[in-house]
Design a protein around this ligand. Structure first.
Ligand code: ATP
Ligand code: MG
Length: 415
């Protein structure tokens, strides 16, 4: 038996309804703030992610599905959405539009990771990017919007952590200081942290090793090294969140797995998730567009995992499938089949939901089936005659086939 690849899943109809609800909530929350939908290709030139996400990140180092497209070009299934959206912003000259350009997406992404609950190899994200604004209101607005979305989806036990990474210059100086600190304490560090001191010292804050954590408690924090301008920007974001009544925890060790962040970074987690507690996060990436050969353009965004939001969500109001009409066919002659087929088709064109008997059941079986799918009316087409049955009252009347749709639309029998 052929099965779906490890770490992937089928979205079956019951689950599709919950995802549609999520999509409509995302559209409502984001379009109300002026974000417009964008869709980029499922794969991009590998270079986009190598340059955009950062060579030293876990994503680029070990999580990408990269392949040769047959023409000698290296392509990669998108592992995230920000670099592609920035590529599109540059490619389509969106800097000529009114700034910031506010975009959102709901797309699938691909990462070669060890599959577990809430961690898959193909997964979906809702993301939003505001490109072309350096104002702290932009950062705060994105955080508030994601909080609103999580709230609308009844995602449970949500916590928000925020921090600021400053500018790349501040980070370079800080990185030197941190690297020196780690080297001076390397005997107490776990092996993987020690091996990555030079590559990515910030990741040491993520370690779960007890002795490493002890060392990191005393480590210099980037938040204490911010320039005045960066500290002021962060202060403005915080007071906007305070005013909006959004609770957060200041986490000076918050590092995100993407290299492009500057200034504000944030992450929402949910206690309902267990080990993979990250629901969504984002931040400011003021140097990314430039890094991708665009003009220097400040920007900010977030991405939230669809599956994790759904895992942590309460019961969602899923729209019931309404069947206005089931067309049963009890006739022997081909004329009855034709009438039944046309009746179902005409009903749909008139705006009703209508299903036709397609399994060759007996009339009794057809009525049972119509009841099971919750049909409001059943039209029974026989040789030469048609009757309409109101499934609620049980009342059944013989009527011309052409009267069936008007009767249903009217909602009562013509007296
Ligand atoms: P994690 O720490 O769990 O690996 P991440 O930092 O790699 O998350 P981001 O790159 O910031 O995550 O992606 C944003 C969101 O996308 C995450 O908060 C999570 O909800 C979701 N996500 C990330 N990777 C996966 C995955 N492999 N499967 C399902 N959802 C994912
Ligand atoms: Mg990850």
């Amino acid at each position: 038996m052929i099965q779906a690849p490890r770490g992937t899943f089928d979205v079956l109809p019951e689950e599709a309804a919950r995802r549609e609800h999520l999509e409509s909530q995302a559209r409502r929350v984001l379009s109300a703030a002026g974000y417009r939908r964008i869709e980029t290709p499922a794969f991009e030139a590998t270079e986009l992610f190598a340059r955009g996400v950062g060579e030293a990140t876990d994503i680029v180092q070990k999580e990408m599905y990269t392949f040769d497209d047959g023409g000698g070009r290296s392509q990669t299934l998108r592992p995230e959405g920000t670099a592609p959206v920035c590529r599109a912003y540059i490619e389509h000259g969106m800097h000529k539009l009114a700034q910031p350009v506010k975009l959102w997406y709901l797309s699938s992404f691909f990462r070669s990771e060890a599959p577990q609950r809430g961690r898959y190899r193909q997964f979906w994200q809702v993301g939003a990017e505001a490109i072309g604004s350096a104002h702290p209101e932009t950062d705060a607005e994105l955080i508030v919007l994601l909080a609103d979305l999580l709230d609308a989806l009844t995602v449970k036990d949500v916590h928000l952590r925020i921090s600021s990474l400053g500018t790349p210059e501040t980070r370079v100086a800080y990185r030197r200081e941190l690297t020196e600190y780690l080297r001076a304490n390397q005997d107490a560090l776990s092996e993987d942290v020690r091996a990555r001191i030079e590559v990515n010292p910030m990741r040491a804050f993520d370690s779960t090793d007890p002795r490493t954590r002890e060392v990191m408690r005393e480590a210099p924090k980037l938040l204490e090294r911010l320039s005045d301008a960066d500290a002021a920007h962060f202060g403005a974001v915080r007071s906007l969140l305070d005013d909006a009544g959004v609770a957060y925890e200041l986490d000076p060790t918050l590092v995100r797995g993407l290299d492009y962040y500057t200034r504000t970074v944030f992450e929402f987690t949910s206690d309902a998730l267990g080990a993979q507690s990250g629901v969504g996060g984002g931040g400011r990436y003021d140097r990314l567009i430039e890094q991708l050969d665009g003009a220097p353009t400040p920007a900010c965004g977030f991405a939230a995992g669809v599956e994790r939001m759904l895992l942590a969500a309460g019961e969602l109001p899923v729209a019931a499938d309404v069947v206005d009409l089931f067309v049963a066919c009890a006739g022997e002659d081909p004329g009855a089949n034709k009438t039944a087929f046309e009746l179902a088709h005409d009903a749909r064109r008139a705006g009703l939901t209508a299903q036709l008997e397609l399994a060759g059941r007996s009339l009794k079986g057809q009525l049972k089936h119509a009841d099971r799918i919750g049909a409001r009316y059943v039209a029974i087409v026989e040789d030469g005659t048609t009757s309409l049955r109101d499934m609620q009252s049980g009342e059944q009347r013989e009527t011309a086939a052409r009267n069936v749709i008007p009767t249903i639309l009217r909602g009562h029998w013509q007296l």
